[in-house]
Design a protein around this ligand. Structure first.
Ligand code: ADP
Ligand code: MG
Length: 351
């Protein structure tokens, strides 16, 4: 177990800036998700912590020791790559034992530790199977077992579940969480799947164009994204342009949107409202409750989705989206005038 501290690292590949002044701290024993679109620098950051890539500038510290010039084998890091990189003709136990054999660990000790981690990933009964006789989910477990058998100080996982189909992926997310809790190794995993980042991580960092744009708990990032990119990359959001005034933000239809008291006002120019935070009803001409923000719009179309119905609404030349929980009521017909209302606490001020 160890704390990893990434301090102002940058990395340039020709014209492309893979990492741009990134600082992030991974606390001891935590499970961290790195999220971002393709090409945002996720793999580069992981490979830099592992020692496959050296930073142009900045520092990487593990337990306060600078490691950015240490070779891979001296950093005590376990890594699982996207394609697992297992030896297809070797059996499960030999694959897992590999890292211990090259370190000349005693044969009986190897046997004991391999048995232990195979039990941990629930593959004990398959120890003699060849890799090419395993399913995708089983291979993923072998790769994980191989990475943790050497008892690394840090575990790095690069899109570990992306090769699995949806239902298996969800099962493996639960498994990964359990195993990580059991071994309590500081773990950083990369994903481009927002749901995976939210369900799996203690904390999440969002990368964009090589920059860390926000970091926090999953809840913080969802409830208080700081930018339009964060708000729309992690979840869905309605973005309203506006201008700050005393008492709220003046939006396009001339009304004043109020927000909760937690905000430090700076130069925010937009607000975001999550589609599930908005209440929708047919416009009756009566005033909406004065404690809420509200605006009127017209139903453009709706999509029945089982648990929720999604309404797309026309408002001031833009589309808004509202999720309404399915309570068995009739849908509001296309073309109807509707009132949207939400609590000031659900207004997110963003840049
Ligand atoms: P991600 O994992 O988020 O998809 P990467 O870290 O792989 O992103 O890549 C970040 C940027 O750096 C991309 O623009 C990519 O093309 C570039 N890059 C990464 N590795 C190399 C390399 N070895 N040589 C040249 N460019 C690279
Ligand atoms: Mg990558």
């Amino acid at each position: 177990m160890a704390e990893v501290n990434v301090i102002k690292v940058s990395k340039q590949y020709g014209e492309s800036r893979a990492l741009d002044d990134v600082s992030i701290r991974f606390a001891e024993g935590g499970l961290y998700g790195l999220l971002g679109p393709s090409g945002s620098g996720k793999t580069t950051l992981l490979r830099m912590i592992a020692g496959f890539v050296f930073p142009d500038s900045g520092q990487i510290r593990i337990d306060d020791q600078p490691v950015e010039r240490l070779p891979v084998e001296r950093r005590e890091i376990g890594m699982v790559f996207q394609n697992y990189a297992l030896f297809p003709n070797m059996n499960v136990a030999d694959n897992v034992a590999f890292g211990l054999s090259v370190r000349h660990v005693d044969k009986s000790e190897i046997k004991r530790r391999v048995g232990e981690v195979l039990d941990l990933v629930q593959l004990g009964s398959l120890h003699a199977r060849r890799i090419n006789q395993l399913s995708g989910g089983q291979r993923q477990r072998v790769a994980l077992a191989r990475a943790i058998v050497t008892r690394p100080r840090v575990l790095l996982l690069d899109e570990p579940l992306s090769a699995l189909d949806k239902s298996l992926r969800v099962d493996m997310q639960v498994e990964l969480r359990r195993i990580q809790r059991d071994v309590a190794i500081t773990t950083v995993f990369v994903t481009h799947d927002q749901e995976e980042a939210l369900t799996l991580s203690d904390r999440v960092g969002i990368l964009r164009d090589g920059r860390l744009i926000q970091e926090g708990t999953a809840r913080e990032l969802y409830d208080q994204p700081a930018s339009e990119f964060a708000a729309t990359f992690l979840g869905d959001a309605n973005i309203l342009n506006g201008r700050l005034e005393t008492g709220g933000m003046r939006i396009n239809d001339g009304s004043l949107v109020r927000f909760g008291s937690r905000y430090a006002i700076s130069n925010q120019t937009k607000c975001a409202i999550r589609p599930e935070k908005i209440a929708l009803r047919r416009a009756t001409g009566e005033a909406a409750p004065s404690t809420h923000n509200w605006l009127t719009a017209q139903v453009a179309h709706h999509v029945f989705g089982g648990v929720n119905t999604t309404y797309m609404l026309d408002w001031c030349g833009q589309r808004l989206k509202v999720h309404v929980q399915n309570s068995g009521d009739d849908l509001i017909p296309v073309g109807s005038q509707v009132t949207l209302s939400w609590s000031p606490d659900s207004t997110i001020l963003i840049h």
